[in-house]
Design a protein around this ligand. Structure first.
Ligand SMILES: NC(=O)c1ccc[n+]([C@@H]2O[C@H](COP(=O)([O-])OP(=O)(O)OC[C@H]3O[C@@H](n4cnc5c(N)ncnc54)[C@H](OP(=O)(O)O)[C@@H]3O)[C@@H](O)[C@H]2O)c1
Length: 328
């Protein structure tokens, strides 16, 4: 099969397409003929270098396509079935054939409504993350205010919508440049600010602060967000897209101000609690199939254009979601 590999850590140009042996599903696993693979910031992190990652490595944490083969002990899925899947545990999504754990494979033919395969490849990570993050981690209460950083990006484009679906009050987004404001507003954010303006967020929004802040940017944004949190508010650290040094947070400050800082990681959760991820992913798929949450596939590139895909993400040129068309 054809696959994109990371032969050595480095910039986007290290990615190359190689011919690899077809992978076989082991016990509890499923192989998938991949039609589309989602492109995520996570793969950029792997490509830049993660200690201990075996090279060459095939990146890719989510796919959509058709079940090719079932490994021993797999039930409730069938060969030829259209599915979306998280390949987040071992990677491997940028390939014509990908392997996923059975609980992380989600049928598309039992949904109430339709999802095309490009959209199905674009949502397993982001919409599932949004759902788990807001319901199980931040534990959103109806009417609470929510601030989402990088509101026009892949996960940012759905976080506000899922917050609204779960009953949030005012939902505000931040973006890094003015050209992304209108797009973020089209996703249902009540207000969209430039991230440079967030120290003035109280004055601009008229809110006393925020009950929930979802931070995928890190660095100074994380420190400024903590200051904007209401008492009993929750800041969720969920990424570091700015590639900044980690920030130190004082436990005594949290005690004195009555604020909480939480973390979320979909890969860690998929390893430890695959059945909970399965339930959330199916809810996420249904939200999209029924039109309650919109997932925009804004760019479709071929497997051979993986270098360009990574360049576009790192240059912050994308809004919504970029997917690779793999085969079919
Ligand atoms: N914890 C989890 O399980 C989980 C799940 C999904 C995603 N994430 C995290 O969420 C973040 C976004 O992921 P994604 O797949 O949605 O990526 P994406 O579509 O590329 O979005 C990344 C966003 O980050 C912002 N950004 C800020 N500084 C940046 C920089 N120096 N370079 C590039 N982008 C920068 C950009 O928005 P502006 O231009 O508006 O600043 C961009 O839209 C990543 O940090 C990822 O690790 C975490």
């Amino acid at each position: 099969m054809q696959a994109v590999v990371i032969p050595q850590f480095g910039g986007p140009e290290v990615l190359e397409v190689r011919e690899l042996p077809n992978p076989q599903p082991g016990p509890g696993q499923v192989s998938i003929d991949v039609v589309y693979a989602g492109v995520n910031y996570a793969e950029i992190i792997f490509r830049r270098g993660v200690p201990g990652l075996p090279l060459p490595f095939v990146p890719g944490i989510e796919v959509a396509g058709y079940v090719r083969e079932l490994g021993p002990d797999v039930q409730n899925l069938r060969v030829g079935q259209p599915v979306a899947a998280l390949t987040i545990i071992a990677g491997g999504g940028y390939a014509e054939i990908a392997i996923a754990q059975a609980p992380l494979v989600f049928p598309l033919d039992d949904l109430d409504g339709n999802i095309d395969l490009a959209t199905a490849a674009a949502l397993p990570s982001n919409v599932t993350t949004a759902f788990l993050l807001l319901s199980s981690v931040a534990k959103l209460h109806p009417g609470e205010s929510v601030l989402v950083h990088a509101a026009a990006g892949g996960v940012g484009s759905v976080l506000g919508q899922v917050a609204r679906y779960l009953g949030a009050g005012k939902v505000v987004g931040t973006v890094g440049s003015p050209d992304k404001i209108d797009y973020a507003k089209s996703l249902g954010y009540d207000q969209v600010l430039l991230r440079d303006e967030i120290t003035d967020a109280r004055a601009i929004t008229g809110l006393p602060g925020f009950d929930i802040i979802l931070d995928q940017v890190g660095g100074v944004t994380r420190t400024q967000s903590l200051e904007l949190l209401n008492q009993l508010g929750r800041l969720v650290a969920m990424g570091n897209a700015s590639n900044a040094e980690d920030v130190q947070i004082s436990a005594n400050l949290l005690w004195f101000t009555g604020k909480a800082v939480l973390g979320f990681n979909l890969r860690a959760m998929s390893i430890e609690f695959p059945e909970r991820v399965n339930i959330a992913a199916r809810q996420a798929l249904q939200l999209v199939a029924s039109g309650k949450v919109r997932v925009d596939v804004t760019d479709v590139l071929s497997l051979n254009q993986a270098v360009e895909a990574h360049q576009r993400i790192e240059q912050r040129l994308t809004t919504g979601k970029l997917v690779l068309r793999v085969q079919g």
